[in-house]
Ligand binder design. Structure first.
Ligand code: 4AD
Length: 453
């Protein structure tokens, strides 16, 4: 007989003879001649109640089962006589697969997130982290569905690269040489190689051939900022569209966030409910705002003017030309507009070389999508498609043009207006769950001084 997932069983709404379920014992309660086992197999939030009685040949063994042990149960699925659950299984056999001693750290009491980070190998077995990682999985599925429904092609861009797409220098270098022998010419690729910070430059080449494309993969940044929203390894979704300007780019970004949020609200209701009850009481209201209200769109200059007039005391004082800090982003979304905000047309001095220069010669066709609780969740732009302007800008910014020869060459052969953006996948998981630290939406997070597991 094949094992049935508990999620499936609980949805079936019909009694059944001889079901086989396998999972981990969450708790056990003993009466005089029978025991209730709460079994969880990770397929959903709910446990399945197992009734094991003294007629089982190994009932002595069952009575000794401790939290965390794994078992296989065969029995009848029947309507439960007790309150609290609709179904239970009357066990005809309970086979012990793996014991867990009483030192198993996940006993019934609630544990802090800080403690659970120290046992990242076990925390997926808690309700909260099980729910977070199921939602993460469902969101990844929804990303592909969103693009597939719109005829975007899924492309794979390199993880190893010799370039720094964002120009911020936050690179992890890759080498096969021992420290004392490190010289780029002697190394594996014959030049300095890095882990990618973005697949954008390569994605642009595919967009200039296939039309609309997207990447969805890991990216790496050696940003030494120990914040709640930065990880050294994170996943990014980067759509890139040919024959597309910044306005259409912003439209897609807004549509995507709304789509992903609605998808999770529809398909992960039980898991979301846990976050609404125990993590963030305002979550349902916030998700509602996300899916229903039009995102506010303002220029960078307007954003600065609002911040200057706000009367707020910010840790980083506001000035024209500065990059927006998380506190400014959150003020705009949480207090001023009370909904997501897209800030566009930033000064060229604080943005990457590839962004399209506006007619004012001072700003670029860029945009950041800001959301409550997080700040920036998307960064994107229309790309500079004019060869002369792109090369001049690379020179001004001190970029070695010869390293980017192929990127520049794409502007000499049938260049077209094109645009795209990057959505930080972890920040999207944070947004829909209300989890406030990026370390808790990644099974095994990588942050400064932290690469255990
Ligand atoms: O704004 P960013 O740096 O944009 C790019 O990388 C562009 N190449 C994207 C594009 O136009 N194709 O990063 C995009 C998003 C951010 O808005 C943020 O959500 C996320 O990536 N992000 C991070 N997430 C977690 N940890 C970090 N260290 C992150 N850095 C950026």
């Amino acid at each position: 007989m094949n094992r049935t997932k508990i999620a499936r069983l609980l949805k079936s709404h019909a009694p059944a003879n001889d079901v086989l379920v396998k999972g981990w014992v969450r708790t056990k309660r003993d009466a005089k001649n029978f025991s209730f086992l709460e079994l969880n197999d990770g397929s959903c939030m709910s446990n399945l109640q197992i009734v094991a009685d003294e007629r089982l040949p190994n009932y002595d063994e069952v009575r000794k089962l401790l939290t965390g042990s794994s078992i296989a149960v065969t029995g009848r699925l029947v309507p439960s006589k007790g309150g609290g659950q609709q179904w239970e299984v009357q066990a005809s056999s309970v086979v012990l697969i793996g014991t867990a001693p009483d030192s198993f750290p996940l006993q019934k009491k609630r544990h802090s997130d800080e403690f659970l980070r120290t046992i990242a190998h076990l925390r997926p077995r808690t309700n909260k982290y099980g729910a977070a990682f199921r939602i993460r999985s469902e969101l990844a599925y929804a990303v592909h569905q969103f693009f597939h429904e719109r005829d975007f092609r899924y492309i794979h861009t390199p993880i190893l690269t010799a370039l720094d797409c964002e120009g911020a220098g936050e690179l992890f270098h890759v080498t096969t040489l021992p420290p004392q022998e490190r010289r780029p010419e002697a190394d594996f690729f014959g030049v300095e190689a890095n882990l990618t910070v973005s697949g954008q430059l390569e994605a642009e080449m595919l967009a200039l051939a296939l039309g609309d494309v997207y990447t969805f993969g890991p990216t790496f940044r050696a940003e030494n900022s120990n914040t709640r929203r930065h990880a050294a390894e994170f996943w990014m979704i980067e759509p890139e569209m040919s024959f597309c300007d910044l306005h259409e780019d912003m439209d897609l970004a807004e549509e995507m966030i709304k789509y992903l949020t609605s998808h999770v609200m529809t398909h992960c209701a039980d898991d979301l409910n846990l976050f609404a009850r125990f993590v963030d009481k305002n979550l349902p209201g916030r998700l509602d705002v996300l899916t229903r209200s039009a995102f506010e769109r303002i220029t960078y200059a307007e954003a600065i003017a609002i911040l200057e007039k706000s009367g707020e005391v910010f840790e980083y004082p506001v000035a024209q030309g500065m990059d927006l800090q998380s506190e400014h982003e959150r003020f705009l979304t949480e207090q001023y507009f009370k909904r997501p905000v897209i800030v566009h047309d930033f000064p060229k001095t604080i943005k990457s070389f590839y962004m399209r220069l506006n007619d004012d010669q001072q700003t670029v066709a860029s945009m950041d999508v800001l959301v409550a609780g997080i700040g920036e969740i998307i960064g994107g732009s229309q790309r500079e498609e004019r060869y002369d302007i792109l090369s001049a800008r690379m020179d001004q910014m001190g970029l070695a043009r010869e390293k980017y020869w192929w990127y520049l060459e794409s502007r000499q052969y049938g260049s077209v207006p094109h645009s795209g953006f990057g959505l930080g996948f972890e920040r999207m998981v944070m947004l829909v769950t209300g989890i406030s630290n990026i370390r808790d939406v990644i099974p095994f997070p990588r942050t400064p001084k932290n690469i255990d597991f």
